[in-house]
Design a binder for this molecule. Structure first.
Ligand code: PLP
Length: 440
């Protein structure tokens, strides 16, 4: 009997070891990590250079409390992150995960408003559907009812606007009018709430699990930036999943050349080698808060030297092996192969994503883009069929004005084209099984 408990109740084998894009259970069965865990293991498993750097750091120190010491790995990692971030974002605040990064971003924004005489601003507008984390603050901006409903009395309800799901609304992704249409929803909401009460807008440049790699339509990112500027609303990019290189650039926002005021990153930043995340902020924001006495926020484990060593070694390996370039190249191949599946399976309604943050979505009909019935539990069914083939993929049932099943196919950034073949063989067998079972 296991003494552990989690959200999922599905029985899973015990992990023994992992290397590159493969994982083995204790019975010797091999799996392809086709989702990098939860879009975490970006550089693959057991990278020798990262492990060697961590071992060397372990022999020196594994913890130094931030009120007592700066650490060399912390300083070096912060410098590297600042160099990879948009201009004017030189300040980095370490945390141990994505929810902590989002909480930190919201609290820094709020403290900045308070110290700059804008204490009336506290609302953080977000999108529906969305996922920004499981702590109460991050949940308050999360647009995903099943996860938030039981906790509503304990949360501050934050305003939500629809995510720009042009593929569902039958709008042209490549038309700037589409981007303007969805961005106008932000402006309308700011005006409805009263701009003087709105602190920030948080969204994911390339969506993660809640939307299934949603890519914004042309012009959306720039229009959102302009609207935030117009009303003095801070723009927070949640790059917990899209940041770290998976989309082919260090940050998702880089794809559109849009710099936010605050960035939250995690997942691929520690890449599964250590619990690590960070908040990166515009210098003017950090300066104002520091001048007023310092940021009233922090976590005990934040910035510990072992985690920072791992993060530094991960970024060094990404650069040394040209992994962002590989994510673009192999990502394009994988995306095309996923698109080709649409000819074979009428129930695949959309394929989307950037780099190796890719997803496909099931529909009952491409004409109406109506979802498959909920009772079919497609999101579970296909994942289990893939798992039986030795392929791990990640699924979610979207909620929010529309319910649908989507599947993230996000192998590590070291995946080769030959390994794409392996992934596609297993995925096709799983999809054939799904088609046989549900469409006769
Ligand atoms: N933000 C986004 C976009 C995420 O995808 C996640 C996790 O899936 C989080 C925040 C929360 O991160 P964590 O689970 O590390 O707390």
């Amino acid at each position: 009997m296991s003494h552990l408990f989690y959200l999922s109740t599905a029985a899973r084998p015990v992990l023994d070891r992992a290397e590159g894009i493969y994982m083995w259970d204790t019975s010797g069965r091999r799996f392809i990590d086709g989702s990098s865990g939860a879009m975490v293991s970006n550089i693959g498993h057991s990278n020798p250079a990262v492990l060697a750097a961590m071992r060397a750091q372990m022999d020196k120190s594994t913890f130094g409390y931030r009120l007592h010491f700066e650490t060399e790995p912390g300083e070096q990692l912060a410098a590297k992150v600042a160099a990879l971030s948009p201009e004017g974002m030189e300040k980095v605040f370490f945390v141990s995960g994505g929810s902590e990064a989002v909480e930190s971003a919201m609290k820094l924004a709020r403290q900045y408003a308070v110290v700059t005489g804008q204490a009336g601003r506290w609302k953080v507008i977000s999108r529906f559907p969305s996922y920004h984390g499981s702590t109460l603050g991050a949940l308050s901006v999360t647009g995903y009812d099943p996860l938030t409903d039981p906790f509503r009395p304990m949360m501050v309800e934050m305003p939500k606007i629809p995510a720009p799901r042009a593929y569902l609304d039958g709008l042209d992704m490549d038309n700037a009018a589409t981007g303007a249409h969805y961005a106008a929803m932000l402006e309308d909401r700011i005006l409805a709430e009263g701009p003087e009460t709105v602190l920030a807008f948080i969204h994911e440049p390339v969506g993660g699990a809640s939307t299934g790699a949603l890519v914004p339509p042309t012009g959306y990112m720039q229009a959102v930036r302009a609207i935030c500027d117009k009303y003095g609303v801070l723009l927070i990019h949640d790059e917990v999943m899209s940041g770290g290189g998976r989309v082919g650039t260090f940050l998702g926002g880089d794809l559109w050349g849009v710099a936010p005021d605050i960035i939250a990153i995690s997942k691929g930043f520690g890449a599964g080698y250590a619990p690590l995340g960070a908040m990166i902020a515009q210098d003017r924001i950090v300066q104002a808060v520091q001048d007023a006495g310092g940021f009233l926020h922090g976590h005990t484990y934040a910035g510990n030297p072992l985690a920072c060593t791992a993060g530094l070694a991960v970024l060094t390996e990404i650069e040394r092996q040209g992994m962002m370039g590989n994510a673009r190249k192999v990502g394009a191949v994988l995306k095309q192969r996923l698109k080709n599946l649409m000819q074979r399976y009428g129930f695949i309604g959309d394929v989307r994503g950037e780099g190796l943050l890719l997803a496909f979505e099931f529909v009952a009909s491409r004409e109406t883009m109506a979802p498959l019935p909920r009772e079919m539990k497609a999101f579970d069914d296909l994942v289990e069929r893939a798992y039986a083939e030795g392929l791990i993929i990640y699924s979610r049932r979207t909620r929010g004005g529309y319910e649908g099943d989507h599947f993230l196919v996000c192998p590590p950034m070291i995946t080769t084209e030959a390994q794409v073949d392996e992934i596609m063989e297993k995925l096709t067998r799983a999809l054939d099984g799904f088609a046989d079972a549900h469409t006769g």
